[in-house]
Design a protein around this ligand. Structure first.
Ligand SMILES: Cc1ncc(COP(=O)(O)O)c(C=O)c1O
Length: 370
């Protein structure tokens, strides 16, 4: 049987102005005691939290299908950051982002019997492409529900990876309801962007891989910065870091005005962003942390960091000039915070995740011509 994580239950429509809105979390879903809540008594969620062993299993499962992305060291970056930096270049992952890791880990666990009925996802960005790519790789049909105003390049790439794209109006329609109806009609599996144990375990393979690469070079990582949207990458990274070396803190990075995870961590409970803001960091403009992702992150991660759009444009230009890497604004969040002195780097080795490179060409032009 395919596991049912109750994904559509209580899921709130995306209220974000941005492109990704990869948020399936609800403020009102039923609170049921779980393994996570027993371990960390302040938290409750209806989903079972993955463990370090799940991240390790995910790594073995997805290994045949993913790229081992480079861990880059650059003297120019060290100089700009004021400390030793190792950059995990996940922009070079197939589909251009780390999202492939979670999507593959989820789809590979769908029973043979259920595969012909396919998968459904709602996303306008990297998760869409990752699910489309993974489904085609495994011979499954996929339907991706995307906003009408998603960047044309992302819609085109999602179609090119083999998905049927269903467009909706993000201001008047509920993508969760649309996706749920399609899934019910087809008997398809809904693949959420972050609020899912298999997705989180898959995302954790990135930091697991990076820490192994670092250790093979005799490097000791002191802290890790990751871009944060709904918190799946942060949660997987925290589980991986805890499993490898419990002293290493993961710091999630979010744009100003979309700092729901950062504020939630500061407050100790989940809070949403104020509506009405915009950001070029389309991949990470989620509304509120997931219940599951927050329950994993709260007891494990370090202080959250913030960055701005203007700073992101400068970081993107730096990456093109000095590192020869193309990074999208959301994927550059951690690098941006690092370059703007948001965390102490002197005398430390900082692992920075650049998580995606699917940038709108107009924004890339704006960044490099500034
Ligand atoms: C490039 C990129 N970085 C970071 C994130 C944030 O991931 P999460 O929602 O798991 O926090 C996303 C999410 O779509 C993304 O596309």
């Amino acid at each position: 049987m395919t596991p049912d994580y109750g994904l559509a239950r209580g899921a709130a429509p995306n209220r974000q102005t941005g492109d990704s809105g990869d948020n399936t979390a609800s403020k009102h879903s039923p609170l049921v005691s779980t393994r996570a809540s027993r371990e960390h008594s302040s938290m409750t969620t209806s989903l079972i939290a993955p463990t370090f062993a799940d991240v390790q299993a995910a790594r073995a499962r997805i290994a045949p299908h993913i790229a081992v992305t480079p861990l880059i060291h650059s003297p120019a970056l060290d100089a700009a950051a004021g400390g030793r930096v190792l950059l995990k270049a996940e922009v070079l992952q197939h589909t251009g982002s780390f999202k492939l890791r979670g999507a593959l880990n989820r789809l590979l666990q769908i029973d043979e019997e259920a595969r012909p009925r396919g998968v459904v996802a709602y996303s306008s960005g990297n998760h869409a492409q990752a699910v489309a790519y993974s489904a085609t790789l495994l011979g499954m049909p996929s339907v991706i529900v995307m906003p009408k105003d998603a960047p044309a390049i992302k819609v085109e790439r999602t179609r090119a990876f083999g998905a049927d794209v269903v467009l909706y109006d993000r201001y008047t329609e509920d993508r969760v309801a649309i996706g749920g109806a399609i899934a019910r009609e087809r008997g398809a599996v809904v693949v959420p962007p972050f609020e899912d144990p298999h997705i989180i375990a898959g995302q954790g393979t990135l930091v697991l891989e990076a820490l192994e690469q670092a250790s093979q070079r005799g490097e000791t990582v002191d802290q890790i910065l990751v871009p944060c949207g709904g918190g799946g990458l942060t949660a997987g990274s925290a589980l991986a870091a805890e499993g490898v070396a419990p002293g290493i803190k993961v710091h999630p990075v979010e744009p100003v005005n979309f700092d729901d995870m950062v504020r939630s961590l500061e407050l100790g409970y989940r809070v949403a962003n104020e509506p009405g803001h915009r950001s070029i960091c389309d991949a990470i403009v989620t509304d509120i942390p997931g219940e599951l992702t927050f329950s994993i992150n709260q007891p494990r991660v370090g202080r959250g960091l913030r960055m701005t759009d203007d700073q992101a444009l400068k970081a993107i230009a730096f990456a093109v000039r000095e590192l020869k890497l193309v990074i999208e604004p959301g994927g550059a969040a951690a690098l941006t915070a690092l370059l703007n002195g948001q965390i102490e780097t002197a005398g430390k080795t900082t692992l920075v995740v650049v998580s995606g490179g699917n940038i709108d060409p107009a924004i890339l032009a704006r960044a490099v011509s500034a």
